[in-house]
Design a binder for this molecule. Structure first.
Ligand code: PSU
Ligand code: MN
Length: 305
């Protein structure tokens, strides 16, 4: 495996010295947001992680290697380049062997983070069970990856382009703890509310870090979903965004969008139809997640000695 892994100096040193490292995905850069907001956001998120005492490790595939920790120029390139492959788990051997550029989803990022020895990963929202999955069978590989790989994921809940209830059921089936930070309700990505009760709640980063440590000490492999509600001042109320979600789903159906294109199509449609409001919320919540991820990372390295 080592021949495919390229960990940059800063991340290598942090890991060797048991300093907190937070992994970040790159699909959100190449396929989740328009340029230049995507690259600007990626850099700002790294900055938040640094300010909160951890080292950021943005992950992407470049020229046959899994890169852990990117330079500002590399982030800019991924944000701008047109032919960057969206890489979920199944795409890794294809994109690596063809030496292509690839932006990693939650699933692929978690796997590479785990290979590098990183325990905490921050994103905006994970993939999940799609609405209508009972006929389409569209369930993100993010969820199966979370079953297997012992990297905790900080997310603002699950975007309501998905079926939130079914996603929570799936996580339960796979034995993945879902813990919401500081409230009883599971957050709904653009909004702090989703209408679903969170399976678990913890109110301090110390308690979250202790739970991660305990889970993995028990030999229970797999992820923990740490759900972090978007701050109220950045919220878009659920009923406002629902209209656009309905339109996005109808447009996807009409255009026969399927497979890996579904999620990027829906994200772009909603961004285009909310005059950028959803993008601003997205940026705010990722930064907010980065802060929590770094804080949990700091606590985890303290307890993991
Ligand atoms: N959800 C979001 N923003 C995103 C994604 C999901 O709110 O950018 C991206 C993540 O990279 C996630 C991927 O891992 O989409 C899931 O894609 P799919 O549904 O095709 O598995
Ligand atoms: Mn899918």
């Amino acid at each position: 495996m080592k021949e495919f892994l390229e960990i940059n100096q800063e991340v290598k040193e942090a890991l060797a010295n048991n300093k907190p490292v937070v992994a970040l995905e790159s699909t959100i850069i190449a396929h989740g947001m328009p340029y230049p907001k995507n690259a600007e956001t990626a850099l700002a998120v790294e900055q938040v992680i640094r300010e909160n005492g951890a080292t950021p490790a943005t992950i992407a595939i470049m020229k046959g290697k899994c890169h852990v920790g990117l330079s500002a120029d590399e982030i800019e390139l991924l944000g701008k380049k047109k032919d960057v492959w969206k890489v979920s788990l199944r795409d890794l051997p294809y994109v690596i062997s063809k030496k292509m550029y690839g932006a990693t989803t939650v699933a692929a990022t978690m796997r590479i983070a785990s290979m590098a020895g990183i325990k905490i990963f921050v994103t905006g929202g994970i993939g999940g069970v799609h609405r209508g999955a009972e006929t389409s069978m569209d369930i993100s590989a993010d969820l199966t990856e979370m079953e297997n790989t012992s990297v905790a994921v900080v997310s603002a809940g699950v975007k309501s382009i998905l079926d939130i209830g079914l996603t929570l059921e799936y996580l339960e089936t796979k034995g993945i703890p879902v813990v919401t930070y500081g409230q009883d309700e599971f957050p709904g990505f653009y909004s702090g509310k989703s209408g679903f009760k969170s399976p678990l709640r913890l109110d301090t980063t110390q308690k979250i870090a202790a739970m991660l440590k305990t889970k993995w000490q028990l030999g229970l492999n797999g992820s923990v979903l740490i759900a972090n509600p978007v701050p109220e001042e950045y919220e878009v109320p659920a009923d406002e965004i629902e209209k656009d979600i309905q339109l996005a789903l109808a447009a996807a159906k009409e255009k026969n969008i399927s497979g890996k294109e579904v999620t990027p199509f829906l994200l772009k449609y909603i961004a285009d139809h909310t005059q950028g409001e959803s993008i601003e919320t997205n940026i705010a919540l990722i930064k907010h997640n980065a802060k929590l991820g770094a804080e949990v990372g700091v606590e985890y390295t303290k307890t993991a000695n």
